[in-house]
Ligand binder design. Structure first.
Ligand SMILES: [Zn+2]
Length: 109
C-alpha cells in the first residue's frame, strides 16, 4: 500500500462519493478499501467512520461511471474479498458479487 494507493483512493473519493449517504460525513482515504482492481474496473468498499454505514462501489474506467449500493454492515470486507477470490478476478464475476451483495443488502428507508 504505497503512495499510488493513497492517490487512487483519493481519486475514488473525488469521483464516486465525497460524503456518506447516510450522515453526510466526509470520507477520508482511511474509509476506503479497494476490493478489486482490474484494467477496466474497480470495486471499492466505503465504510463511514461516523455512522458505520457501508457501501460497495463499482467504477467502470472506460465509461467513467460508478454505481454504489448499501451493504449490510455484517458483511465484512474480508468476506467480500473471499467471494472475489473464490470466483476469480475476471470482470464477468462482478455479477456474482452483485448477486452476493443483493442477498446481503440492507435497504435503509
Ligand atoms: Zn455516515
Amino acid at each position: 500500500m504505497g503512495e499510488n494507493n493513497r492517490e487512487q483512493k483519493q481519486y475514488f473519493i473525488e469521483t464516486i462519493a465525497k460524503f456518506c449517504d447516510k450522515c453526510g460525513n466526509a470520507y477520508s482515504i482511511n474509509d476506503l478499501e479497494i476490493i478489486q482492481e482490474t484494467s477496466i474496473s474497480s470495486i471499492i468498499h466505503f465504510s463511514c467512520m461516523n455512522c458505520k454505514a457501508s457501501h460497495i462501489a463499482t467504477f467502470l474506467k472506460p465509461m467513467g461511471i460508478s454505481n454504489r449500493m448499501p451493504v449490510n454492515t455484517d458483511v465484512g470486507v474480508e468476506e467480500i474479498k473471499g467471494v472475489m477470490a473464490k470466483e476469480g478476478v475476471s470482470t464477468d464475476e462482478i455479477l456474482d458479487l452483485y448477486l452476493f451483495l443483493k442477498e446481503n443488502t440492507q435497504i435503509r428507508v
